[in-house]
Design a protein around this ligand. Structure first.
Ligand code: MRU
Length: 415
């Protein structure tokens, strides 16, 4: 029924059953948990066993699909089933506030079942359920094809920014360069390009989506196309999505990569921008406002400032479902504040003297005075002025002659 999803999977779904990879246990343990109710999905999202804007939306809407398959609505009339769907979706909406994908998916599914029952006079309870279940499954399916398109467009966009180099004498080592023949140009000489290196933040890969990923999807695509020299990933304090999840995905896929702490990005650009051809910082998005201001994982704004300072492109990779035309600018985006213990405590597995990780011995340890006051916003907003391009499944959006992003032409109803 579904397109073949390659590689890691955070979400395993078949009609009537939903399993979610517990990301709190990564990278040490690989455990899927059943999600059979909306309460379980809410808890899974709130506690960040699943996270990432697209994955949050997918798990929420599929959990309700599982409930409907099990007849949990106990509807005696179509209106009961529709009321149940609306109530459960409103409940799920409260799980995490910043990412817009969940609210877009919910609005779409409410409209879908409402529209179906009002246009089809013979609509039965089963047909309302089926309409919802098929609609939720389509969101899962579309996310994957969307990510493949983002990966391809992003890789092509970055590749097109590169200047060919004159064949570099003895430095030409196959690992750092690639050569292309310009298409349709008879007799033209091959051109040689340097491969590019990319820095990414947080986790936007298979673990944050149905598969492939957005920003990390572009890195995957660059690697597959042989254009990637090296990927750098930040640790992404305080939740460590970079060190726990992105590093895991990069190693899993054998992509040449290096982990740095968030505070090392400036030094990385100073020292290696030229020698490693660091061409872009690519991040995901939780919500892109109408003017292009983008909410994403805390630390994104700092990286955008650093990229500007060093003349490195700053790219947002986001499906059109993360663009919110109803929010005029970043100041209107609600930013989730999370508990202070995410800064003052950390979980980890014990490591013995030989460096061997003992997964059985995982514990939470204090790493700061437990009495200190803590501010822990989960996201920040990068002003559109610092963003060079937003790569969507419809292609790249860059600023127009007046220096503004304009999304309307790519924003037809998606599902
Ligand atoms: O708090 P998280 O881990 O859900 O935050 C995730 C991010 O900020 C991602 O960059 C964003 O959701 C895009 S995921 C494709």
């Amino acid at each position: 029924m579904f397109a073949k999803m390659e590689g890691l999977q955070a979400i395993k779904y078949k009609r009537g059953s939903l399993e979610v990879l517990d990301q709190l246990r990564l990278p040490h343990e690989f455990v899927y948990e059943d999600v059979t109710t909306c309460e379980e999905a809410f808890d899974c999202i709130r506690k960040m066993r699943v996270r990432g804007a697209p994955a949050i939306a997918i798990v929420a809407v599929l959990a309700l699909a599982v409930e409907l398959e099990q007849g949990k609505d106990e509807g005696k009339a179509t209106s009961d089933t529709i009321a149940y769907i609306n109530k459960r979706l409103d409940y799920l909406m409260g799980s995490r506030p910043t990412a817009v994908d969940l609210s877009n998916a919910i609005k779409h599914l409410k409209k879908l079942v409402q529209g179906h029952s009002s246009t089809d006079s013979a609509a039965s309870i089963d047909s309302v359920r089926s309409k919802y279940v098929e609609g939720a499954e389509k969101i899962l399916e579309d996310d994957y094809t969307t990510n493949l398109a983002i990966g391809r467009y992003g890789a092509e966009y970055l590749r097109a920014q590169q200047q060919p180099i004159s064949t570099p004498e003895e430095k030409l080592d196959d690992l750092r360069y690639y050569t292309t023949s310009p298409p349709n140009t008879q007799g033209a000489l091959d051109q040689t390009y340097r491969k590019l290196s990319i820095l990414t933040h947080c986790n936007t890969g298979s673990l944050a989506t149905s598969g492939h990923g957005t920003a990390l999807g572009i890195i995957r695509s660059l690697h597959k196309m042989n254009y990637l020299d090296h990927a750098y990933c930040t640790e992404t304090r305080p939740y460590n999505q970079g060190s726990r999840l992105t590093a895991f995905e990069l190693v899993y896929e054998k992509i040449p990569s290096t982990l740095i702490t968030d505070s090392m990005a400036g030094a990385l650009f100073q020292r290696f921008k030229s020698s490693k051809n660091i061409s872009a910082v690519i991040v995901g998005a939780d919500r892109v406002a109408r003017n292009g201001d983008t909410a994403n994982k805390i630390g994104t704004y700092t990286l955008a400032c650093l990229a500007k300072m060093h003349g490195i492109k700053f790219i947002v990779a986001a499906p059109t479902t993360s663009i919110d035309l109803e929010t005029p600018h970043g100041a209107s985006i609600k930013i989730e504040d999370r508990t202070g213990t995410e800064l003052t405590q950390i979980s980890g597995a014990a490591v013995d003297a030989s460096g061997k990780v003992n997964v059985g011995e995982t514990k939470r340890v204090a790493i700061a005075h437990q009495g200190i006051d803590v501010w822990n916003p989960s996201f920040d907003v990068t002003p559109f002025a610092l963003i060079d391009a937003i790569i969507t499944e419809k292609g790249e959006v860059t600023k127009n002659a007046s220096g503004n992003f304009y999304f309307e032409p790519i924003m037809q109803e998606k599902w």
